[in-house]
Design a protein around this ligand. Sequence first.
Ligand SMILES: Cc1cc2nc3c(=O)[nH]c(=O)nc-3n(C[C@H](O)[C@H](O)[C@H](O)COP(=O)(O)OP(=O)(O)OC[C@H]3O[C@@H](n4cnc5c(N)ncnc54)[C@H](O)[C@@H]3O)c2cc1C
Length: 182
Amino acid sequence: MRYRHINNFISLARDRDSGRVFVDPETGEPRIEYSPSDFDRENNLEGIIGLAKIAYVGGATEIRAHIYGLPPFIPNASEQAKHVQDKDPEFTDAAFGKWLQHLRTLGNKPPVSAFGSAHQMGTCRMSASNESGVVDERGSVWGKKNLFVADSSVFPSASGVNPMVTVMSIADWISRGVSKEL
Ligand SMILES: Cc1cc2nc3c(=O)[nH]c(=O)nc-3n(C[C@H](O)[C@H](O)[C@H](O)COP(=O)(O)OP(=O)(O)OC[C@H]3O[C@@H](n4cnc5c(N)ncnc54)[C@H](O)[C@@H]3O)c2cc1C
């Protein structure tokens, strides 16, 4: 009955450390090896704590973090109503502070915590020379004629912020170049 009152938020962080994609020696299929490093995991955890605080000051009646074994936090309404702007509720509401401490102690170590990834890019990176990438500044594949790439794979590196507008601009730039060439 209360489901329609739920809001979901995600803590989105640019990872510092990376994983790898490699060819499976047995099947020949591509395989991904990626576990968030302690540094990246902790950054993400800070994001989750920040989101819980936003939910608290926004008047949430129940806060659930996707941390295995962590019970939901149900704020005491009168404590929550005392919140003053620019004060950190972690230090003004003892029960909330204790819950956040519990969250920190449990942590977000894989595999029990859920991690997702949505902004993969740079697998055919645009480069100044054929040694450091796959396509030139026109999106043309080095050393091949009439083969262009015009999607997020030509990003020289991960942008670290939402990429869609950049994907569209690059596709626009490359397609205009192709059109001119034709
Ligand atoms: C859940 C989610 C949320 C996101 N939210 C945001 C956001 O809020 N803001 C933002 O900026 N970015 C967001 N992104 C990222 C953004 O959507 C992508 O970076 C962007 O769409 C990538 O564009 P693209 O053209 O490289 O690939 P895609 O948009 O994936 O386009 C690839 C196209 O190729 C087609 N295709 C695949 N194989 C073949 C084939 N063999 N033959 C013909 N066609 C094929 C696919 O059907 C698809 O249409 C989000 C991504 C995800 C997954």
